[in-house]
Write a protein that binds this ligand. Structure first.
Ligand code: CO8
Length: 255
């Protein structure tokens, strides 16, 4: 069964739709592999400029497949090398936009945390409830969450397995934009459309500069930014053309 659908709604945009509605899009091994395969392909495709990851109205993803985890020994889980599949998500070079309705729990929340822009519906519920089943997040959840929302909120969530709603996620800075549930996908598409119309190299460098810089002390991060920004990433002609058309349309809208 196709557990991740790859759709191309518009030029430059791909939508990866998690497709295990009967299991609240829990991350089975085949779903993870299909997701990684699609991302590898889309990363290499110059026609794709932005990618949306989404689920359905009930769930973005309800976490690791607990049925799989019950069947596997700890050694068996280790041998599955799930970290390699996560690495593909973490290293994806183009903007990844999460469009979230319903549950984003455990590994599903971690998948969202890997994304660059998060659009959530008012119906979304977030959480890392691993502790309730006697395990801990294993795909960067403890590290990404603390960097995004701070130690005291992160530990409140992680140590109690507390679920939190979309308003809270937005107030904590986890979500980029909060919209009506029906508008989640259209809003994500709007973001993808805008980004895919902008210069590809500049988009890629900005994402890389932000992600790499976030792991560095400020002085090293600023050096990194200088390196990126002094690379001839935008050809002069293209830059002049972009400036001209922006200037022209703003003059038009003023008149
Ligand atoms: N795995 C497998 N199946 C699931 C999962 C899951 N995570 N979540 C839901 N399902 C299945 C249910 O078993 C049920 O199947 P069935 O109809 O065959 O019984 C179906 O989806 C529908 O579920 P519900 O009836 O429970 O639906 P509700 O809408 O009432 O509730 C919830 C939805 C709240 C999402 C609920 O299903 C739930 O609490 N699910 C578990 C959530 C969870 O604990 N997620 C964290 C998992 S652990 C993890 O992600 C990190 C692992 C890190 C591993 C590192 C190891 C090295």
């Amino acid at each position: 069964m196709t557990e991740v659908l790859c759709e191309r709604p518009e030029t430059g945009i791909a939508v990866l739709r998690l497709n295990r509605p009967e299991a609240r899009n829990a991350l089975s091994l085949s779903l993870r592999k299909q997701l990684a395969e699609h991302l590898n392909t889309l990363d290499e495709n110059p026609d794709v400029r932005a990618v949306i990851v989404t689920g359905d109205r009930k769930a973005f993803a309800a976490g690791a497949d607990l049925k799989l985890m019950v069947e596997q020994s700890p050694m068996g889980m280790h041998q599955l090398r799930l970290d390699r599949l996560w690495q593909t998500v973490a290293e994806f070079r183009k903007p990844l936009i999460a469009a979230i309705n319903g549950y984003a729990l455990g590994g599903g929340c971690e998948l969202a945390l890997h994304c660059d822009i998060l659009i959530a519906g008012h119906d979304a519920t977030f959480g890392l409830p691993e502790i309730k089943v006697g395990i801990m997040p294993g795909a960067g959840g403890t590290q990404r969450l603390v960097r995004l929302i701070g130690k005291h909120r992160a530990l409140r969530v992680l140590l109690r397995g507390e679920l939190f709603d979309a308003e809270t996620a937005y107030a904590w800075g986890l979500v980029s934009e909060l919209v009506e549930p029906d508008a989640v996908e259209a809003t994500a598409l709007d973001y993808a459309r805008t980004i895919s119309g902008l210069p590809a190299r500049a988009v890629e460098f900005i994402k890389e500069s932000v992600l790499q810089g976030a792991d560095l002390p400020l002085s090293a991060a600023l050096t990194l930014e200088r390196k990126f920004s002094s690379t001839p990433l935008i050809r002069r002609k293209g830059c002049r053309r972009s400036w001209k058309s922006a200037n022209h349309s703003s003059q038009e809208s003023e008149s």
